[in-house]
Ligand binder design. Structure first.
Ligand code: HEC
Length: 158
């Protein structure tokens, strides 16, 4: 009887170790979980999740076809790429037209300002999205860090 009690205790201890491990893993996997934002004065004040943006990283996120793909629709001061689309306005000088907080709203969900725009919402609450392909379900187009990086890059375009 005593032996079986001990083995039960050991099994429980082992179980709690495993559970602890799984919990730690899933919270690490949640690094890119959606961080809610709110609109104040037609802008999103303050960085998403308090993250600091890096303009150099933001430039590569913006011009990467697999990430922002901004060049598909915007002429940008990016000499190394030949094709620049013209569906949207040129982005040179955009930081003189908008504040950092306004640029953040334009990036996360420009549809708040123009519901019929062709520009994608790069950081909309996935729970509010409809008809999403399975591999994109529960995800934003860019991560919070990538949004802050692109915002930091855009603020250099004076
Ligand atoms: C599919 C086309 C498309 C893509 C891709 C796109 N945009 Fe746009 N963007 C537009 C259009 C169109 C507008 C004009 C505003 C409107 O339609 O309301 C716009 C407007 C903007 C504006 C406001 C500019 C101004 O002068 O008013 C900014 C800033 C902007 N986009 C940044 C970006 C960035 C950064 C990316 C990439 C991360 C991006 N856009 C990707 C189509 C696009």
């Amino acid at each position: 009887m005593r032996i079986s009690n001990i083995s039960t205790l050991m099994a429980l201890a082992l179980l709690s170790l495993i559970v602890g491990q799984v919990t730690a893993d899933s919270s690490a996997g949640n690094r890119d979980a959606f961080v809610a934002w709110t609109v104040t004065d037609l802008a999103v004040q303050g960085p998403l999740a308090g993250l600091e943006g890096d303009p150099r990283r933001g430039r590569s996120v913006a011009i990467s076809p697999a990430k922002g793909n901004c060049l598909a629709c915007h002429v940008m001061p990016v000499a190394e790429q030949e094709f620049h689309g013209t569906i949207g306005p040129p982005l040179a000088g955009v930081a003189s037209r908008y504040t950092e907080a306004q640029l953040r709203l334009l990036l996360v969900d420009i549809k708040q300002l123009n519901p019929t725009t062709l520009m994608p919402s790069f950081y909309k609450n996935p729970a509010e999205l409809q008809r999403v392909a399975k591999r994109y379900q529960g995800k934003t187009v860019l991560t919070a860090q990538e949004i802050e990086d692109v915002v930091a890059y855009l603020t250099t375009l004076k």
